[in-house]
Design a protein around this ligand. Structure first.
Ligand code: NAD
Length: 302
């Protein structure tokens, strides 16, 4: 019989991931800090729990999809936590993006308790979560990866074993460098071309047909040039991720000069109260620096 799944953290990503597990036929017990998404998923066939501890008591594979390292630490080791309820032999899969250092530390604590842990952060955004096509990068013991694979396959289409505990989070940090710097590069190109008198749609079209083509531009470009910044992936989360990247770089003595600069641009957005916008709002920092807004040059209806 398929293993019973617990799922904690029902936000932009967690909720559609649970829907895909339900669709694949799994029994899923859910918990979230706010109650509304629990009720919503209960109406769709999930079982409700009243604490992380209760989730762990009732299930065999416990998935977390929470904002940041302190949230995962709290849910796994705080009051009424997963480790208070977890059964021996259960498997905890943290799919949040958190620090590789914290992830390795938590894996040690979990293993000491007689259970197993994988770090399995994702890329592919809310669209990938809804479609069940996430890219999932996994760190931990290979046998635990094999056990988790059918469950992960219900949520993702590219699932890669990356190495021991923390390796999934390390690869995710690499991913976040490339995505942040790509948004920044696309923003620079759009502001340069637009202020020099070329329509932004033309810039998107031409760049999309050559070596400059990239998925950030394909997926976010049309919304960027109209200043439509509903998340998606929030500025505050990408800011958090670049903090993880820079801490990891410091730990290993790696120099990331442009990532440092882009991290400061995300700080500027946060300072200006734009933390809840989509990360492609980074465009606005470049616009402000250049005293030029793309929306003056893009008709609302194209
Ligand atoms: P979100 O803020 O939409 O959702 C987080 C959920 O966790 C919320 O429902 C919140 O109520 C819940 N939560 C927070 N603390 C809790 C606690 N102590 N106990 C129980 N529930 C708690 O965030 P999201 O966009 O779903 O992102 C989740 C994780 O996935 C983050 O680490 C993020 O970096 C990563 N991620 C997000 C995306 C994306 O496009 N949104 C893409 C890839 C990875």
């Amino acid at each position: 019989m398929a293993e019973k799944i617990g799922f904690i953290g029902l936000g932009i990503m967690g909720k559609p991931m649970v829907r895909n597990l339900l669709k694949a036929g799994y029994s899923v017990t859910v918990y979230n800090r706010s109650v509304a998404p629990i009720k919503e998923l209960e109406a769709e066939g999930a079982l409700a729990a009243s604490s992380p501890r209760q989730v762990a008591e009732r299930t065999e594979i416990i998935i977390t999809m929470l904002p940041d390292s302190p949230d995962v630490e709290k849910v796994l080791t705080g009051q009424d936590c997963v480790l208070e309820g977890v059964r021996r032999g259960s498997l905890i899969i943290d799919m949040s993006t958190i620090s590789p250092v914290v992830s390795r530390k938590l894996a040690e604590v979990v293993v000491e308790s007689g259970s197993a842990m994988l770090d399995a952060p994702v890329s592919g955004g809310d669209k990938g979560a809804i479609a069940g096509t996430l890219s999932i990068m996994v760190g931990g013991e290979k046998e635990d990866f094999e056990r988790a694979l059918p469950v992960l396959e219900a949520m993702g289409s590219t699932i890669t074993y990356c190495g021991p505990a923390g390796a999934g989070q390390t690869v995710k940090a690499c991913n976040q460098v490339v995505v942040a710097l790509t948004i920044e590069a696309v923003s620079e190109a759009l502001v340069l071309g637009s202020k020099a008198g070329v329509a932004p749609e033309i810039i998107l079209k031409v760049l999309g047909g050559g070596l400059a083509q990239n998925r950030v531009m394909d997926l976010r470009g049309p919304n960027m040039i109209r200043h439509r910044f509903e998340p998606g992936f929030k500025v505050k989360l990408h800011h958090k991720d670049l903090g993880i990247v820079l801490d990891t770089a410091r730990e290993y003595g790696v120099n990331l000069p442009i990532t440092g600069r882009v991290a400061q641009m995300f700080s500027t957005l946060l300072e200006n109260g734009k933390g809840e916008l989509d990360h492609s709002a980074l465009l606005q920092v470049i616009e402000d620096l250049s005293q030029h807004s793309l929306v003056q040059t893009v008709p609302e209806k194209v």
